[in-house]
Design a protein around this ligand. Structure first.
Ligand SMILES: [Zn+2]
Ligand SMILES: [Zn+2]
Length: 344
């Protein structure tokens, strides 16, 4: 079978490897659709990520397909089942797992290798984060389960309720999902992004208002003026891993409000915050990373519920040969069809 293997920074090769055979507790999935991801773009450039392991390494972490083979002792799955899966599984017993913070589990077992015709799913993921999807759900929508679960998880951390105002900075996939989650709680969401098509998408996800991304202090002041009493939003979310955006998120929150830093910054990035503002206004700062088995299940339910809106979060189809170019270009998620080749 054909599979993408990362050998070093920006060195991703399509190689022929044996179709995996499932060990005890494992399942082999025939990938129908994988998705490119901003995390993959970063990992491709740096050739390093906590989930990747030593190089050369199989690549790609978002995908869905059908069960091709089932290992000894697997229950609840049969050959041919259409499935979705998350790219990790927590241990379920450590301090963080027991406190509902499974994304921080120090023993996460990761899945890599969805940019391939087949992938072997580790037993831990079969047990915790492999789910049969509805028969009529297209694989590319199923493959959204994992990234959507991260956005669901970000919103889960907030206590915001109906009538509260939320400002989301960044309209990439994470910002869109967060926007949808707060909108369905009855919050009034303002999503800010420099791209008109992302602002249009946010409308479809439930934003009550969309604005250009703030670039100056004056832009932040103008945004604040749109919030109740001009005092800022109850919740702000920095859905971009950019220190400047994180600082804006703190400028835009109202006294007593909460800020969520969602989106991975580069190693060593620092933010400058006004300590007086944080103290005298009791600002809650929190961050969100990864997902939990619960948010994975919620994500799948959301995609089933709003298939049309979520379908707009992915772009056109490419083959394995096109993944490097797609990661270089960035932008919208692309649907990777591993069984197709350029010539077929
Ligand atoms: Zn991803
Ligand atoms: Zn754990």
């Amino acid at each position: 079978m054909r599979a993408l293997v990362l050998y070093g920074p920006e060195d991703l090769r399509c190689v022929d490897v044996a179709v995996p055979e499932p060990g005890a507790g494992e399942v082999v999935v025939a990938i129908e659709a994988a998705l490119t991801c901003a995390t993959d773009a970063k990992t491709w450039r740096r050739a390093a990520h906590p989930s990747l392991g030593p190089l050369p390494a199989r690549f790609g972490h978002e995908g869905a397909g059908n069960i091709f083979a089932v290992g000894d002792g697997v229950v609840g799955f049969s050959v041919g089942d259409p499935i979705v899966m998350a790219n990790s599984a927590p241990c379920g017993i450590c301090e963080w797992c027991r406190r509902g913070r499974a994304g921080l589990c120090p023993d996460l077992v990761y899945l890599n290798g969805t940019y391939a015709e087949y992938v072997c799913v580790p037993a831990a993921i079969v047990g915790a984060n492999l789910i049969v999807r509805p028969w009529d759900m297209p694989a590319h929508l199923g493959a959204l389960t994992e990234p959507v679960a991260c956005g669901v998880r970000a919103a889960e951390r907030s206590v915001a309720g109906a009538g509260d105002m939320v400002i989301v900075l960044g309209g990439g996939l994470q910002g869109q999902v967060v926007c949808g989650e707060f909108a369905r709680r009855g919050c009034e969401v303002i999503l800010c992004d420099p791209h008109a098509e992302r602002r249009a998408l946010a409308r479809a996800m439930g934003a009550s208002r969309v604005e250009d991304a703030p670039r100056t202090q004056a832009d932040c002041t103008r945004l604040r003026a749109m919030t109740p009493g001009g005092l800022g939003a109850h919740v702000t979310v920095a859905a971009v891993g950019d220190a400047r955006v994180w600082e804006d998120a703190v400028r835009l929150v109202r006294p007593g409000g909460e800020v969520n830093f969602h989106g991975g910054p580069a190693p060593g990035d620092a933010v400058h915050l006004d300590a007086t503002n944080l103290h005298y206004h009791e600002i809650t700062l929190q961050a969100s990373y990864h997902h939990t088995p619960q948010s994975v299940r919620t994500a799948l339910a959301r995609i089933v519920e709003s298939a049309d809106s979520f379908g707009r979060l992915v772009g056109d189809e490419i083959t394995l040969d096109g993944v490097s170019d797609a990661l270089r270009a960035g932008g919208v998620k692309r649907i990777v069809r591993p069984t197709r080749t350029r010539t077929s």
